[in-house]
Design a binder for this molecule. Structure first.
Ligand code: ADP
Ligand code: MG
Ligand code: ZN
Length: 616
């Protein structure tokens, strides 16, 4: 398999630390201040808003990573209002677009949208307006498939461009471009055409969730030039994170958790399947909560009704699939409970992010057991999981996982498993490393379950394991995933290992004697500390990607030549109440034996569990 390096030349400039962008001396500064108050009714700017606006209005391509609720819309709506011409906004969902247009019209800012399922005459009217010299609209919203499929639209954009009236192109929810994102939309990948056709128009890409590979994917796919990046910490200090063992009594646990900590508060319970949503809602109602369910099988008017009831606090608790939430802006959500394993850490972070928008303390509790992993994995492979939206504006095919490899999904899922099984490290730290952010666990202040545990630790010298892992990565020619490296190290003899003849490597099984999870903990450490890094590999001609572990020579050299030691803390007691004990699933023994493992991925055990389940 030839290795195709994908990101040779991605260039971007850190904007967040550049004082230039916070200057009050731009020609438009006064106008910004005034209109932010009068038109948008804001007293001031939030972090990075002014900076982003100054950079995009200076004509640069800009990439913005800002948490949900941070105020990304203002960074293009305010420039759109004060600049001549029209701002084109690509947004993934008609429902989101309609919501935006409603807000804009309340502020008397003329905006329109085009989508495929609109009456043709209505579309024509909008297109005709675009041709006018004094076109009313300041913003034109479209769904990505409209760009991909409508030549008529492109012609009108070309016309605007030639008259120098295409002021700015905005890609909202830009992570949808990337197969690494939790919400890949194939139509987003075609958006690179915009930069090709309109090279002089600045592009502004906005997202609340991007790991470094997602970020690079986006910059690459959109063809952004010397892009300036603005990002801020994704830590949400007012959210408290914990992972609880999911047992047969899960629903009772949820009920008493809510009664003890959040009586009458508003919250969301994320469930895996439609049926789960209904079951959980039913049970909570029996327990006296004002609960309802919400998923893709519920008809639109009923969904709208439930959402409205929830906004008005007539319903406190919504039991939903991830389809519920994108664009939801209720400030006082006090808890987000995951009834089963989320698909990825990014998705999880995003879903939790719907709690505590008002900065008040809120809880995020995840109920985990290992057999849910098998269940989610199975559903992923069947394409049976609901995506985080309802396909009102784009085609059915973009609503599935097609075009995205099962391998990628599994890798994302395994990281989530690893997060759940980790009973040592700070939850904030674990989440934030995925956004390329280093978080000092000391600043958690015991606001996650792991930090607030009274644990004693023993420090172990892991230098040898570290060296061997680095060596092994080199032995397999830096072409395999973290999951795979660990399997080989632990001596797995599965098909894949045999196929690639890794069982003949000198380090195959070198980590056999180690306690479960020890090797993966060291590997994770090597990645977070930059001795190793994860790179994206294009695995076939269709552009599907997977992650491979590589060696950062400059850092690893010291380690390999004995100039550096690696010490990690491990908990001494194993009295943790991790899943397994009360679990009556067929994979019980396996779960019990796994209770302290922290795999980056442990597929050998997983195939075993799958067998156990199917044998039942
Ligand atoms: P995002 O797209 O980043 O999730 P939005 O742009 O939807 O966030 O903004 C979230 C909320 O914050 C909106 O209700 C918006 O009106 C409000 N908001 C944005 N900027 C400001 C500001 N500078 N001051 C006060 N409120 C703001
Ligand atoms: Mg937004
Ligand atoms: Zn913590």
């Amino acid at each position: 398999e030839p290795y195709i390096p994908k990101y040779i030349d991605v260039k971007y400039i850190e904007g967040s630390s550049d004082k230039r962008w916070s200057s009050l001396d731009f020609p438009w500064t006064k106008k910004l201040e005034a209109n932010n108050k009068t038109i948008f009714g804001n007293r001031s700017f939030r972090p990075n808003q002014r900076e982003v606006i100054n950079a995009t209005m200076s004509g640069h391509d800009v990439f913005v990573l800002m948490p949900t609720g941070g105020g990304k819309s203002l960074t293009y709506q305010l420039p759109a209002y004060i600049c001549p011409g029209i701002t084109l906004v690509i947004s993934p969902l008609v429902s989101l677009i309609q919501d935006q247009i409603m807000h804009l019209s309340q502020a008397n800012i003329p905006a329109a949208y085009l989508s495929a399922n609109m009456e043709w005459t209505e579309q024509q009217e909008i297109l005709r307006e675009l041709c006018l010299d004094n076109c009313r609209y300041k913003l034109l919203y479209v769904t990505p498939e409209k760009v991909a499929k409508s030549d008529v639209l492109l012609r009108h954009l070309e016309n605007l461009y030639s008259r120098q009236l295409l002021a700015r192109i905005v890609i909202d929810e830009a992570h949808c471009v990337s197969q690494w994102g939790h919400d890949f939309r194939p139509d987003y990948q075609g958006l690179g055409i915009l930069k090709q056709k309109f090279p002089e128009t600045p592009v502004l890409a906005l997202t609340a969730t991007a790991t470094s590979s997602v970020k690079e994917d986006v910059v690459q796919a959109l063809g952004l030039v010397d892009c300036i990046i603005f990002r801020q910490s994704f830590n949400r200090p007012n959210l408290q994170y914990s992972v609880m063992p999911k047992t047969k009594k899960c629903l009772e646990d949820i009920d008493s958790f809510i009664k003890n900590h959040h009586r009458d508060d508003c919250g969301i319970i994320y469930c895996l399947s439609k049926m789960d949503c209904e079951k959980v809602a039913e049970k909570l109602k029996e327990c006296g909560h004002k609960a309802a369910f919400y998923h893709g099988g519920v008809d639109p008017s009923e969904r709208a009704y439930v959402q409205e009831q929830w906004s008005k606090d007539e319903i406190n608790i919504i039991c939903a699939t991830v389809a519920f939430g994108m664009g939801i802006n209720k400030p006082d959500v006090r808890f987000v409970i995951h009834h089963s394993l989320p698909k990825s850490i990014e998705g999880y972070h995003q879903e939790c992010g719907r709690a505590g928008r008002d900065s008040q303390l809120s809880s995020c509790v995840l109920y985990y057991n290992y057999s849910d992993y098998i269940r989610v994995k199975h559903m992923l492979s069947q394409g049976a999981l609901e995506q985080n939206s309802f396909a009102s504006g784009y085609s059915r095919s973009s609503n599935t996982n097609h075009g995205r490899t099962l391998e990628t999904n599994t890798e994302n899922l395994l990281r989530m498993v690893s997060y759940c099984e980790n009973d040592v490290d700070c939850r904030r730290f674990l989440q934030l490393v995925h956004f390329g952010e280093k978080f000092d666990s000391g600043s958690c202040g015991k606001t996650c379950d792991n930090c607030s545990k009274v644990q004693s630790f023993v420090e172990k010298d892991c230098t040898l394991i570290a060296k061997q892992l680095v060596e092994l990565v080199k032995l397999v020619r830096q072409q395999f995933s973290a999951t795979h490296i660990l399997e080989v190290y632990r001596g797995s003899l599965n098909q894949f290992v045999k196929k690639h003849r890794h069982d003949s490597l000198s380090l195959h099984g070198a980590g056999k004697h180690l306690a479960k999870g020890e090797a993966s903990r060291v590997l994770r450490h090597l990645v977070t500390e930059d001795f190793l890094f994860e790179d994206v590999k294009k695995s076939d001609a269709y552009g599907s990607v997977s992650s491979v572990v590589k060696v950062k020579e400059s850092k690893a050299y010291n380690l390999c030549t004995g100039g550096q030691t690696i010490k990690l803390r491990f908990p001494t007691s194993t009295k943790s109440s991790k899943p397994g004990k009360n679990d009556a699933t067929p994979a019980k023994d396996l779960l019990t034996s796994r209770k302290n493992s922290l795999p980056l991925g442990d597929v050998s055990a997983e195939s075993q569990a799958e067998e156990d389940i199917s044998a039942k």
